[in-house]
Design a protein around this ligand. Structure first.
Ligand code: AMP
Ligand code: MG
Length: 353
């Protein structure tokens, strides 16, 4: 080979390497931009959607797809819509087959799974007890012991037969409330819809329950605020996530107050009474349905429930127990690693699990 040929080959090799390293054609690709929407009237709470996409057209498609996914879960599973599948099941007579969509069957199966995993702390069949408390508290009084005992008789998965395409109740009074899991499920469906519509990254926030994926707005991780359970206007901790879900349950958001006593909207299936002394639980998990169900369950179980978290599943939690004057923050080692700020509550003792 001549010297000239050698120089030419070396030159071509250098050019190829430079092209591979610097990928100059990237400058012709559109830079992904961040777009937001705040659809109203979703699951009775605030909703905020963010997508990163190559241009407005693609972003709008992804935002619309996410909104449609959330609304379709609500239409099937809300207790506030009398035509929803869950309302139809709850109103059905004993032994009558109620046909359900694959989505509702999936959420019922997941609920059953979380009931087992949480040793009964997460139990969607406690709707008869939840309804009794809601009705009582609306009138300003607690249900009586005989009323509670009668409602508790109607709970349990043995009262409902789940089938591949529907369900049958074994007693007329059995009913379910998917309020502790449907939001997480809807968020997961919305994220899937965004990704399918071409979003490069995105975040779905429904009432403070969040899942993020892909590229964050500034190219780094997503930063998620955890609200102070004793003063919802302030942020108490910040976590940083590349992807995953962060769900918070607590009686600072939704509760009923009678004679200056707060009653949580979460029922302890072991006692049939609203939970007490667990103002806030935040769970991080790969998907929102898991984070949502565990946040509700840990509100029941308190710090002891951290021992039930399945190891190696990427589920991490932070639990605030106690009162505004005397409280503790308990967290798993994995949760502590995600913290970029806090927890900063006055008079706080932190307990690592
Ligand atoms: P979250 O805000 O996700 O903790 O959900 C609270 C909602 O879950 C309540 O409003 C009820 O609809 C429902 N719920 C209450 N207690 C329980 C429980 N022990 N297991 C499952 N769902 C529950
Ligand atoms: Mg929940």
């Amino acid at each position: 080979m001549t010297r000239r040929a050698k120089i030419l080959i070396a030159f071509i090799l250098v050019v190829v390497v430079l092209l591979l390293v610097f990928e100059p054609w990237r400058i012709f690709r559109p830079i992904p931009e961040s777009f937001d929407s705040k659809p109203v009237g979703i699951m009775g709470t605030d909703c905020e959607l963010t997508v990163l996409a190559d241009g407005r057209e693609q972003a709008e498609k992804a935002l619309k797809a996410a909104e449609t996914a959330l609304r379709s879960v609500e239409a099937r599973m809300s207790l506030f819509l009398t035509a929803s599948e869950v309302s139809r099941l709850n109103a059905a007579d004993a032994g009558r087959f109620v046909s359900l969509s694959p989505m509702t069957v999936e959420v019922l199966l997941l609920s059953c799974h979380f009931d087992e995993r949480t040793q009964g702390a997460f139990d969607v069949t406690h709707q008869p007890v939840l309804r009794l408390w809601r009705q009582g508290l609306k009138r300003g009084c607690e249900p009586t012991e005989p009323q509670l005992a009668a409602a508790r008789e109607q709970t349990g998965w043995d009262k409902i037969e789940l089938l591949a395409d529907g369900a049958k109740k074994r007693i007329a009074g059995a009913s379910v409330d998917l309020g502790g899991i449907a939001k997480g499920y809807g968020i997961d469906r919305a994220v899937k819809a965004m990704a399918l519509a071409g979003a490069i990254g995105g975040l779905v926030n429904v009432g403070g329950d969040i899942r993020c994926f892909g590229q964050a707005g500034d190219g780094s991780c997503w930063t998620i605020d955890v609200r102070n359970p004793f003063n919802r206007e302030t942020v108490f901790a910040k976590v940083s996530l590349a992807a995953g879900a962060v769900c918070t349950s607590g009686n600072y958001e939704r509760y009923t107050e009678i004679a200056s006593r707060r009653y949580s909207h979460i029922i302890d299936p072991r006692t049939g009474r609203p939970v007490d002394h667990v103002p806030s639980v935040t769970v991080v998990a790969p998907v929102a349905v898991t984070a949502d169900a565990w946040a509700t369950a840990l509100s029941v179980l308190g710090a002891d429930g951290l021992d039930l978290l399945p190891p190696g599943a990427g589920i991490e939690a932070m639990i605030v127990t106690g009162t505004p004057d005397e409280h503790k923050v308990h967290m798993t080692a994995g949760f502590r690693k995600l913290l970029i700020r806090g927890p900063n509550l006055p008079r706080t003792g932190t307990v690592d699990k």
